[in-house]
Design a protein around this ligand. Structure first.
Ligand SMILES: [Zn+2]
Length: 271
């Protein structure tokens, strides 16, 4: 399909910028520059509804800038149909949310993702594969519904159970007894009746994940104590080097530093 004629420069009242330039002033993680994003009108309306919902749900309200890596792109798949969108970051007056920082703000990230999932069947996140560590991909190629055979949906639910509802289970994308049991436990706590595969139940569960995730917001880096920052380091090593051979020696070196008598002495001040 060729490029749709329809384009947008704002969504739900918020300018949408491109921030993938080599120039560091407009590079990934900055507010970028105004840009025209092409998509079908129907898909644009879905994005509008999604961000309206986010401004309403999120305690920071309406954002100031959204950055995107693209909507219509001349390639295969839903980007080529004008029915996909890549979300890099959202800038509120009081908070910056950059998708690459998942290891540092998992609860907030999963809250945003829960809202995206209320509007789009397909959402690919940080945990899905390394290509999606720096953006959320959303498209409407699948139904808004939970399927236990969908790796991206199972990964999201497992991460929400671990980081938003504090039940320690494996985050591996595989549906099994452990995940099912943890969902039962979470539903009981939230007084949600079965069944997660029911569309209305799924939508309600997503709303509860967003609400809970947004309520356990971590302080911004500049407000964090050295103890928080060391915890961040462990999180980043754990996520970024998950399948890497250097993970163990990195963690061992960090442990040696943290456990050193003099490090322990000054860290005590922040306990
Ligand atoms: Zn994409």
């Amino acid at each position: 399909m060729s490029r749709p004629n329809n384009y947008f420069t704002a969504l739900a009242g918020v300018p949408i910028h491109y921030a993938r330039y080599a120039d560091s002033r407009y590079a990934y993680g900055t507010r970028g520059k105004p840009y025209k994003f092409y998509a079908t009108e129907a898909f644009e309306r879905k994005l509008e509804a999604c961000f309206d919902d986010l401004w309403e749900t999120c305690p920071y309200g309406q954002a100031e800038v959204i950055t995107s890596a693209g909507a219509y792109v001349n390639k295969m798949g839903y980007h080529g149909k004008g029915r996909a969108f890549d979300l890099d970051a959202i800038f509120w007056h009081d908070r910056t949310f950059i998708t690459r920082d998942y290891p540092l703000q998992k609860e907030f990230y999963l809250g945003v993702e829960a809202v995206l999932r209320k509007h789009f069947g397909t959402v690919l996140n940080y945990l899905y594969n390394s290509a999606h560590r720096d953006h959320f991909h959303v498209d409407d190629g699948t139904e808004v519904k939970f399927y236990s055979a969908s790796k991206s949906r199972v990964l999201f639910v497992q991460a929400a159970i671990v980081h938003v509802f504090d039940i320690p289970i494996a985050i591996d994308g595989d549906w099994g007894n452990e995940t099912e049991g943890a969902i039962d436990q979470t539903f009981e706590r939230l007084t949600i009746q079965e069944d997660i595969q029911d569309r209305d139940v799924w939508l309600h569960f997503l709303a509860r994940i967003a609400e809970t995730g947004f309520n356990i917001v971590q302080p911004e880096p500049e407000e964090r104590t050295p103890l928080n920052l060391i915890h961040d380091l462990y999180s980043i090593i754990g996520e970024e080097l998950k399948d890497s051979a250097v993970r163990k020696p990195m963690e061992a070196a960090l442990n040696t530093f943290v456990n050193h008598e003099e490090t322990q002495e000054w860290l005590k001040k922040y306990e």
